[in-house]
Design a protein around this ligand. Structure first.
Ligand code: 26Y
Length: 846
């Protein structure tokens, strides 16, 4: 009977339409007469989701039946953006008649129903459950794991509020809550039949243990507060495969347990309030990027999520009836930074306290299971938890950490006898500060079998700086590099359909195989100097620049910021990313000010504007990005950009040859419009501070050139695209320490270019008080070395002008060659490296 009534996927436009109408009339309980764009989005999504769920069920059954090793990617952030267009693109399966892709047929079907696909797609709110690079990396990875047919799940938290929405009021950032679940989310499947109890606080009861007071053998943790974890699943479709993976996100709920003590004391109201507090655990994403705060609720989030995920993983493992020794052959767990490090401790607790395994046997299983990815070398971003706070919330876990540390230090001592200095340097417990702190990165290293950085330079840096002692202890083979990547489905096909089409047409690949096999792009190289092809290439860029001009006009409420008449010879210079001193948006805006002053100077000397334009050709400098709400200096940088924008954009004398634009509320869906429009993008961090960067890869994949420092993945981008095709400048990482020392002990006058700029900023030309920003350079050691790199930055910008405006053919050639050689940065390559080098898993073919 089950077979006879089996559900079927819609296959063509006609079947899609009947699904759509069915969802409008039943799921949404509306009629076609009151179906607006939002309802059309909901009905389309429900219909597409039905298809996904059918494949999802098959994939999960297959993964279970094959009993193969599974990968679990633990990340506190998944910056997914929108799901619908991605699902439509990924539904393309290669069986279509040539030239008519599935997405195009759905588009036609929606058209017939009286809607426009573009408008329908715009209805979807971004799933903005992440801050920046780390969260977006997790999103690209699950796309590639699904596409590569890996049996892999993501585990995260279902925050009710994602990263705040940014408003700009009088030039300042103002944060407003992102209640993204306002309308029901068609992409999630609530699994309320699964309820995992999670405990906090309480005490450890060792009265029942055989060895009396030993913490090493099974101990009983009596929790003092209990909440329930309920999973919400999001299907993750692969491209050109029927494989659909799962992203499981936990939500906190109160228990239905009855608190007799409170009830008896007549404290009904309080017992309800305590229950309500449960929900606060998954209420909001912490908006800090690369900066740790040590808040108890954050630790609570981390444990809630690790405990729920491990419970789930262990339950699934137990169903397979393998022995515990088999666990690392069946399960690989990747830790996205130290945020999920508690999972290491929780697995050890499960094995020792609940499953009664011997400590060492358990620890062997744990370390073979976990691997840790580091994303930063900056001290302020490394997680540490005060022992007091930690032990109060998780008393048993603190004991286990002490025991892990004890055995670790014993091992170190046996290898390096009497090196007391070394012991205190590598101890998981830091004793130096007033209060003892748990160093989560050290715990993650000790509990993992592999540690990786995210770009070559960064992976070398962690070995020689923050983790050098661990290289000495474990040897270099525990440390490896996996250079980051991005998914070409979203960042090429979805964001830039015109470029994807031109590429497909040119290399004779109508079914977009290049999106799976990016080495095919190298065929573009032979057209790099072809005049005809260059024209088409340039036309795509112009189209995308107009699309961005429309977005900016909308955000500036009709103000015509970008002059469309000159768009063809206006260079779009873009820096979009989180605002951070180390990313040096301040250097970029100082560069804009310098350019503005230079233009004004020529004009004041009586040089006619058309002559000035020859020296300073048309440029729009575009900024976007959020600052952490409590990051004073970053917020001041945002204000300066907006104040400069105000002055420059309204100065009629300069005749629009320079514009400065701040795009509010930068997010994934805006990135999809912004990135394809860039001629030039800025990746100008102080050398040695940006672990990798991933937007650099996105810009290159869309035919933009880079101005950048020798930092993060810029190094490998240079290797891949060739040093003629990137504008590098500035000091090298190896010189940073020395330069900082010089600033402290032998300060020199600032370079005249920067001196000029700072004086104008100090003079009050731009609205706001920027003293702290200026002082950080003049008087506080210029930690990010703006003064050391400013001159070469300005010079390199003028080189950019020359190539773009005097040798457009050369520029286009660079652009085409860059795309031809960008294939290495596909996250498919990256996931294959993780699978081969770290997880030891194979794709599951149908
Ligand atoms: C401790 C906590 C508050 C915290 C929260 C978020 C710490 C760090 C972060 C986020 C870090 C992050 O996004 N790092 C970025 O990861 C990208 C992916 O590997 C890199 O490309 C990028 O260089 C790095 O800054």
């Amino acid at each position: 009977i089950w077979k006879k009534h089996g559900v079927k996927k819609f296959e063509d436009a006609d079947e899609f339409q009947s699904k759509f109408i069915q969802h409008v009339e039943t799921t949404l309980a509306r009629s076609l007469y009151n179906c607006d764009d939002l309802a059309a989005y909901q009905a389309t999504s429900q219909s597409v989701r039905d298809n996904l769920v059918i494949d999802w069920n098959k994939s999960q059954q297959r993964q279970t039946a094959r009993d193969s090793k599974r990968v679990y990617y633990l990340s506190l952030e998944f910056l997914m953006g929108r799901a619908l267009d991605n699902a439509l693109i990924n539904s393309q399966d290669g069986t279509e008649e040539p030239g008519v892709q599935k997405r195009e047929r759905i588009k036609g079907a929606i058209d017939q129903l009286g809607f426009k696909l573009e408008d329908v797609l715009e209805q979807e709110p971004d799933a903005a459950l992440g801050n920046g690079g780390l969260g977006r990396l997790a999103a690209c990875f699950i796309d590639s794991m699904a596409t590569g047919d890996y049996p892999a799940w993501g585990y995260g938290l279902r925050y009710q509020y994602g990263i705040f929405a940014q408003k700009i009021i009088e030039g300042y950032q103002v944060e407003t809550p992102d209640y993204w679940l306002n309308f029901t989310n068609p992409w999630e499947i609530e699994r309320s039949e699964i309820q995992v109890p999670i405990n906090f606080y309480g005490y450890v009861d060792r009265s029942g243990s055989e060895s009396g007071d030993s913490t090493l053998s099974a101990s009983k943790w009596i929790g003092g507060e209990r909440v329930i974890a309920v999973p919400y699943d999001m299907p993750i479709p692969g491209f050109k495969t029927e494989n659909v993976n799962n992203l499981r996100m936990w939500s906190a709920r109160p228990t239905t347990e009855f608190d007799f003590a409170k009830f008896n004391s007549g404290d009904y109201k309080n017992s309800v309030e305590q229950q309500q507090r449960a929900e606060s655990i998954t209420a909001v994403l912490y908006p800090n990027d690369n900066f740790q705060e040590g808040k108890e609720l954050r630790l609570k989030q981390q444990y809630f999520w690790c405990a729920a995920s491990l419970h789930d993983i262990v339950r699934r493992f137990k169903k397979s009836k393998h022995s515990w020794e088999e666990f690392p052959n069946q399960v690989a767990i990747q830790l996205n930074d130290t945020h999920p490090t508690l999972a290491i401790v929780e697995l050890q607790r499960i094995l020792v306290d609940l499953e009664h395994l011997d400590w060492h046997k358990a620890w062997d299983i744990v370390t073979k299971t976990f691997a840790y990815t580091n994303h930063t070398v900056m001290q302020e971003a490394l997680e540490k938890w005060p022992v007091g706070l930690f032990g109060h919330l998780l008393p048993r876990h603190l004991e286990i950490i002490y025991d892990i540390n004890w055995f670790f230090l014993k091992f170190v001592e046996s290898k390096f006898p009497r090196d007391v200095d070394l012991l205190s340097k590598v101890s998981i417990i830091e004793e130096a500060s007033q209060e003892r702190q748990i160093r989560m990165a050290f715990l993650a290293i000790v509990g993992s079998h592999k540690v990786n950085g995210v770009a070559e330079l960064h992976s070398e840096l962690i070995k020689t700086t923050i983790f050098q002692d661990f290289v000495k202890i474990y040897g270099p083979s525990k440390f490896t590099n996996v250079t980051n990547g991005i998914t070409p489905r979203r960042w090429l096909k979805q964001a830039n359909p015109k470029l994807a089409k031109l590429i497909g047409d040119t290399i004779n690949d109508p079914q977009d195989d290049f999106l799976l096999n990016m080495s095919k792009l190298t065929e573009l190289a032979k057209y790099a100097e072809d005049a005809d092809f260059q024209t088409k290439w340039n036309d795509v860029k112009q189209f995308n620049k107009l699309r961005l001009a429309d977005l900016i006009e909308k955000l500036y409420e009709g103000e015509d910021v970008i002059n469309r008449d000159h768009i063809r010879n206006t260079l779009f210079d873009i820096q979009v990313k989180r605002i951070h001193e180390y990313k040096r948006q301040q250097m970029n805006i100082f560069g804009c000010i310098y350019r503005y002053l230079s233009i004004k100077k020529l004009l004041s000397e009586g040089v006619p504007i058309n002559e000035v334009e020859k020296k300073y050709p048309r440029r729009v400098s575009i900024f976007g990005g959020k600052s952490a709400p409590g990051y004073y200096m970053a917020k001041l940088i945002i204000k300066l950009i907006n104040s400069v924008s105000d002055v420059v954009n309204h100065d009629e004398e300069i005749n629009n040859i320079l514009k400065v634009v701040f795009i509010p509320d930068y997010n994934v869906s805006k990135a999809e419009t912004i990135i394809p429009a860039s001629d030039l993008s800025e990746h100008i961090s102080t050398a040695g501070t940006e672990a990798s960067g991933t937007s650099n890869m996105k810009f290159v994949m869309n035919g933009g050139l880079i101005i950048g420092t020798v930092d993060g993945a810029n190094v490998e981008i240079t290797r891949e695209v060739g040093e003629d095709n990137i504008f590098l400048f500035g000091n090298l990482a190896e010189n940073v320490d020395e330069l900082r020392y010089q600033h402290q002990y032998h300060p020199k006058p600032l370079p005249e270019e920067l001196e000029q700029v700072l004086q104008v900023v100090e003079s009050g030309t731009f609205d706001g008080d920027f003293k702290p920003l200026v002082d950080s350079i003049r008087h506080h050691g210029d930690y990010y070395l703006v003064s050391d790199d400013f001159k070469s930055y300005v010079q390199t910008q003028s080189l950019v002008d020359d190539v773009y405006h005097k040798n457009k053919k050369e520029w286009l050639k660079k652009s085409i060659l860059s795309v031809a050689n960008v294939g290495f940065f596909s996250s498919d390559r990256c996931i294959q490296e993780y699978a081969d080098e770290i997880w030891n898993v194979e794709p599951l073919n149908n």
